[in-house]
Design a protein around this ligand. Structure first.
Ligand SMILES: Cc1cc2nc3c(=O)[nH]c(=O)nc-3n(C[C@H](O)[C@H](O)[C@H](O)COP(=O)(O)OP(=O)(O)OC[C@H]3O[C@@H](n4cnc5c(N)ncnc54)[C@H](O)[C@@H]3O)c2cc1C
Length: 384
């Protein structure tokens, strides 16, 4: 095992707020805390380095709504909650655009496309279009060749075009948020326990070292049960795999989320095409924390390109990678209280959709830490 110096992991760290986990949710919370309470001393404690987890490995889609289409969200969560969740992510996108326009994070406001591959999915998109219109959100519903033309592909039944939404470089966003937050960032600081210390909270680090803070947020998403096994029911680890091609001619104008989100594809400004998904074809293999790609799933990604974007099928693949997502039982993230540790909260269960929630969720978590109210708190089963 590599050694760690006393300077890299001090024996004791004191802060007003300690955030465990340097992904997009941890850094968005630090960023929001700086805006709401500029004098607080905030420290981010990260097991590896900023954006080491899913936040540094995702496709960078900023989608509105939940992980499923609007009609499915209405059926699952009820009309009022679905409408409020949409508004929450619209605000998250507005905040991401504000940061994205000011910082060099590869932000593009392209809108986004949900694409249907079978008739049943197409009907849900048609219904989503109608329900969103009733709720004051204008989208376009296209069918057949019109849908294919909009997407830049072939073989899709229909497309729901959402004017809001876009994409960015997620790792650069995480680093920008950390910088803007002015928080102290300690890397190679892997938390091993959380406990009360009088009216404060104490965290321990692997290999020695502790942090003591008035308030703590555990923002480790999929890794939450490793630190707090009692919360294993909140989130389970699910693997996602991606690939990136060499630069290709312009094909896709906006991020495309198809096959109920089981495939997602976009093209960067430099021409590289990012494609991920196919987990539904390999469910048993795509669980747990292993950071690895498999030939079988990567072949499914190649099959998708051949079927729907044949002009891209022969473009060389430059990179393949995986990341660990944290899935919650109901598909929505949770902001909750750590049992028996007053002052400590956790944020987890972003269910493959954390970029879409991130900056607004950071504001929500920051307000909870500061004891301020937030009218979205009940959407995420927040306690305390
Ligand atoms: C391949 C892939 C593609 C995706 N595509 C998209 C997309 O396009 N759009 C979208 O909205 N979402 C997408 N997601 C999901 C999105 O990446 C996540 O929802 C989001 O990044 C979660 O952020 P987080 O900060 O909660 O967790 P993470 O980014 O996982 O951060 C948690 C951090 O905690 C650290 N950590 C873990 N344990 C400890 C410990 N004990 N002590 C200290 N630190 C610890 C980890 O090292 C990590 O840096 C994708 C995910 C993957 C894997």
């Amino acid at each position: 095992m590599a050694t760690v110096s006393l300077w890299q992991r001090p024996s004791r760290v004191e802060a007003d707020v300690a955030i465990v986990g340097g992904g997009v949710i941890g850094t968005a919370t630090a960023w929001a805390l700086r805006r709401l309470a500029p004098d607080l001393r905030v420290v981010i404690l990260e097991a590896e380095r900023l954006a080491h987890g899913a936040s540094g490995r995702n496709a960078g889609f900023l989608l509105l709504g939940t992980a499923s289409d609007y009609a499915s969200a209405v059926d699952r969560y009820g009309r009022d909650a679905a409408r409020r969740l949409w508004a929450f992510t619209a605000e998250a996108f507005r905040l991401a655009a504000e940061v994205g326009e000011a910082e060099d994070v590869g932000f593009a406001h392209t809108g986004s496309v949900l694409a249907a591959s079978i008739d049943a999915e197409s009907e849900r998109l048609r219904r989503s279009h109608a329900l969103l219109a009733e709720d004051g959100v204008q989208t376009a519903f296209l069918e057949g060749d019109e849908a294919d033309r909009q997407i830049g592909g072939t073989g899709f039944r229909s497309a729901l075009v959402v004017p809001e939404g876009g994409a960015l470089d997620p790792a650069r966003l995480v680093r920008a948020l950390a910088r803007l937050s002015d928080a102290e960032v300690l890397a190679t600081w892997r938390g091993t326990y959380v406990e009360t210390d009088g009216d404060r909270v104490r965290l321990g680090a692997e290999g020695g070292g502790e942090a003591v803070a008035d308030r703590v947020l555990i923002a480790t998403n999929a890794y939450l049960p490793q630190l707090l096994p009692a919360l294993a029911d909140v989130v389970r680890p699910v693997r996602a795999q991606m690939l990136a091609t060499a630069p290709a001619p312009p094909t896709l104008a906006a991020p495309v989320y198809s096959h109920e989100g089981y495939f997602y594809v976009r093209q960067r400004a430099d021409g590289r095409v990012l494609l991920g998904g196919a987990r539904h074809l390999h469910r048993d293999a795509e669980v747990g924390y292993a950071d690895a790609t498999t030939d079988a799933l990567q072949a499914s990604l190649a099959g998708y390109l051949a079927a729907h974007f044949p002009s891209l099928a022969d473009v060389p693949v430059e990179r393949r990678w995986s990341g660990t997502m944290g899935f919650s039982p109901d598909g929505l993230p949770v902001l909750g209280a750590v049992p028996d540790v007053p002052g400590a909260r956790f944020a987890a269960g972003f269910t493959g959709h954390g970029m879409g929630y991130a900056l607004r969720f950071g504001v929500l978590a920051a307000r909870a830490i500061l004891g301020e109210s937030d009218d979205a708190l009940d959407l995420f089963h927040a306690a305390g």
